[in-house]
Ligand binder design. Structure first.
Ligand SMILES: Cc1cc2nc3c(=O)[nH]c(=O)nc-3n(C[C@H](O)[C@H](O)[C@H](O)COP(=O)(O)OP(=O)(O)OC[C@H]3O[C@@H](n4cnc5c(N)ncnc54)[C@H](O)[C@@H]3O)c2cc1C
Length: 279
């Protein structure tokens, strides 16, 4: 077993996430009921392009609940316990079930673990692997001596790999991307969330571009980290720092209430309603 590599698979998601999010937004601003708007999508009266164009303007706004109507379920394996500890700090709009080290015992004086590439580059990987083998042997000896798995595991290092199934809504996918695609996040969780983005992109290509670090054009549009961190980041070549934007305008300018977008003809010829003040 020993060294393992991360795998992320999208296991389940709604039939048409784009339509679910679109209908949620449209329901707020239209006299039509949601099932009629959905039927218009299914009849081809509202095109994918029209929905996407609409969402490009609405997704970056503070109207977040439509993004919470879509859930994605993922299976992941080969993540270190270091990174799973970081990952499970996210708690809004996401739920986890993680392999137990109390109930699952690793057999054969071996356990799966992650090796950071920095150990390989430093020429110290042999010592790393030796230490893992010693920990695995001690763990095995502890089990053989009758120490229960939940206590034997105290000798397992943070590098031990874990498996998680998690379900997360699209708003939280965007929020986690804000933090974890940012180069301030550690490499393992960054690579992992990039895989999540890849899986969403395979299933719903239209949604992929919205999954960005917080400096992306559909998110803040600028870096809000310290100037020192900004200067170290490769994205500083294409994205401004907050100190360069005195008034910090929103990344994408949404239409205001009753503004141009909502008063313009709806893409499907559907009635376009002004945004009610009470919502
Ligand atoms: C680069 C980096 C370094 C970090 N370093 C540390 C560290 O040194 N030590 C440490 O302990 N943690 C650290 N963290 C973890 C961090 O503080 C958060 O706990 C973690 O990223 C989860 O994010 P979140 O709070 O946005 O939670 P999420 O569950 O993803 O929350 C989503 C959003 O919901 C809202 N929200 C969530 N909970 C509440 C609440 N209780 N009340 C009101 N609104 C809420 C917030 O707007 C929040 O942004 C670090 C994270 C990053 C990205």
């Amino acid at each position: 077993m020993a060294e393992v590599f991360p795998t992320v698979k999208l296991l389940d998601y709604p039939k048409d996430p784009l339509a679910v999010i679109y209908v949620a937004y449209r329901t707020c601003y239209s006299s039509l009921p949601p099932h009629v708007i959905r039927r218009r999508i299914e009849e081809g009266k509202i095109s994918r392009e029209a929905m996407l164009e609409f969402l490009e303007r609405w997704l970056p706004t503070g109207h977040g609940s439509p993004k919470q109507q879509v859930n994605f379920t993922f299976g992941l394996s080969g993540m270190s316990r270091i990174t799973s500890h970081q990952f499970v700090r996210h708690h809004v709009g996401i739920v986890f079930d993680q392999q137990s080290q109390r109930y699952v015992e690793f057999k054969g004086a071996d356990f799966p673990y992650i090796i950071p590439s920095t150990w390989v580059k430093a020429g110290m990987v042999d010592r790393y692997v030796t230490l893992m083998a010693q920990a695995a042997q001690l763990y095995q000896d502890a089990l053989a001596a009758g120490i229960p798995g939940e206590d034997a595991r105290y000798v397992l290092p943070h590098s031990a790999a874990t498996n998680i199934q998690f379900t997360v809504n699209f708003e939280e996918i965007l929020h986690i991307a804000d933090q974890r695609l940012c180069t301030r996040a550690q490499w393992e969780i960054r690579h992992f969330w990039a895989k999540v983005r890849g899986e969403v992109g395979k299933a719903v290509p239209e949604l992929k571009k919205f999954i960005q670090p917080k400096c992306g054009q559909y998110r803040l549009g600028y870096c809000d980290e310290t100037l020192g961190d900004y200067q170290k980041c490769p994205l500083s070549r294409i994205r401004p720092h907050k100190s360069m934007i005195p008034n910090r305008p929103p990344a994408a300018k949404p239409p205001d209430a009753g503004g141009e977008e909502l008063n313009s003809p709806a893409p499907d010829g559907m009635e376009s309603a002004s945004r009610p003040d009470s919502v």
